[in-house]
Design a binder for this molecule. Sequence first.
Ligand SMILES: Nc1nc2c(c(=O)[nH]1)N[C@H]1C(S)=C(S)[C@@H](COP(=O)(O)O)O[C@H]1N2
Ligand SMILES: [Mo]
Length: 422
Amino acid sequence: MDELAYLEQRAERWVEDRGRAAGLTRRRLLQLAATAVPALGAAALAAPRARATATAAEGTSPPILKPLPPEWFVNFGTNAEMRWDTVDFGYLTPIERFFVRNHTATPIIDRRSWRLNVYGTGLRGAPTAERPRTLDLDGLLRLPARTITAAIECAGNGRSYFGSQQGTPVSGTQWHLGAIGVARWTGVPLSVVLERAGLTRRAVDVMPIGLDAPVVTNGVDNGHVRRPLPIAKALDDVLLAYEMNGRPLPADHGGPVRVVVPGWVGVANIKWVGALEVSDTPLFSTWNTTQYRMIGPDYPSDSPPLSTQTVKSAFELADGATFAAGRRYELTGRSWSGAGAIAKVEVSTDGGRSWRRAQLHGPDRPAAWTRWALPWRPADAGPTTLLARATDTRGRTQPDAVPFNTGGYLFGAVVRHPVTVG
Ligand SMILES: Nc1nc2c(c(=O)[nH]1)N[C@H]1C(S)=C(S)[C@@H](COP(=O)(O)O)O[C@H]1N2
Ligand SMILES: [Mo]
């Protein structure tokens, strides 16, 4: 279904809802709607039908479908990060500026054949993967919707600084700080879908599974991208999102439907979700066992799977930017935390010798970011280092350095930003 057809479908539903409130029958409404209206889908969670067809972006199509102009993105192939030095938008990251992280390539999912298959031992009657409870897009659109503002940030955001700042390089995408974006997500609370699917009190884990191609690494087929959520988080604030910043969720960001897990590492936010396994025993995949855990000399061997994001800050400024001595500037940036809102941001313009409080402005939400600004009149010519250090409302402050981990995850140390005063 193209975007126009989708919007028509949304409009139809709106007319239906208002009509029902006004006591009109569905038949009468369909007559009133001047357009030819296709039969609306069956009740939510009806019998299973065809599975969604995912067309892998094959052959010549690139792994990311949207344009990646070099002034907005650093392009890593299957991944692309937002460039902080050209950030000129307001609180929300526009869709065309939002970073992309794909384990393989963006698939094109047909909205009409998309189905969410829900199964497992944590549901009444323990439906199997072969005979799941299913929900189509129309059914999902009819369930009560919620809109939230939340960041999605890759667990590896800032990974390059393990090498450049701490002298312990880690393999993997060499993100600077641009593997984050903040959007408004509209969708259905996961709790609503789980309750309707017959959730029991025995359920402990919910594993959303992506429809993108299985991930093969070094000859090992790890299957579809999937990662379990503990039932407490799944029932708390997780969304099955079908809109991003008021638009149908675009293909690169998981359209038609993705999971949004506020405050948690990016990989929890499964894109192109096609199934939910609900289990009365713990679930595992490579994404919560061999990957996305802290492994290193300073971490216990049984460290838990990553969940909440750490505190970070970024300047809206190029590395090596130049300033004229004696002129007045305003330094701007953003800070964020997965655990709370931002309580304060301190900035140093002299390599960390002295610090001043930046002025926070605009929304200051947990699991999203907070904008800040600080006036600066550089005095002396020469190189210097800018630093920004945030503290969240849980009292977590960015440290000067973080212990090494082999995945290069959660680089929350204060980033040293070199500039030149000329
Ligand atoms: N199905 C699926 N979901 C996925 C991924 C993926 O490759 N496949 N990548 C994950 C990772 S590691 C991140 S950081 C986020 C990135 O979301 P974005 O591309 O919308 O920015 O999606 C997550 N969800
Ligand atoms: Mo990620």
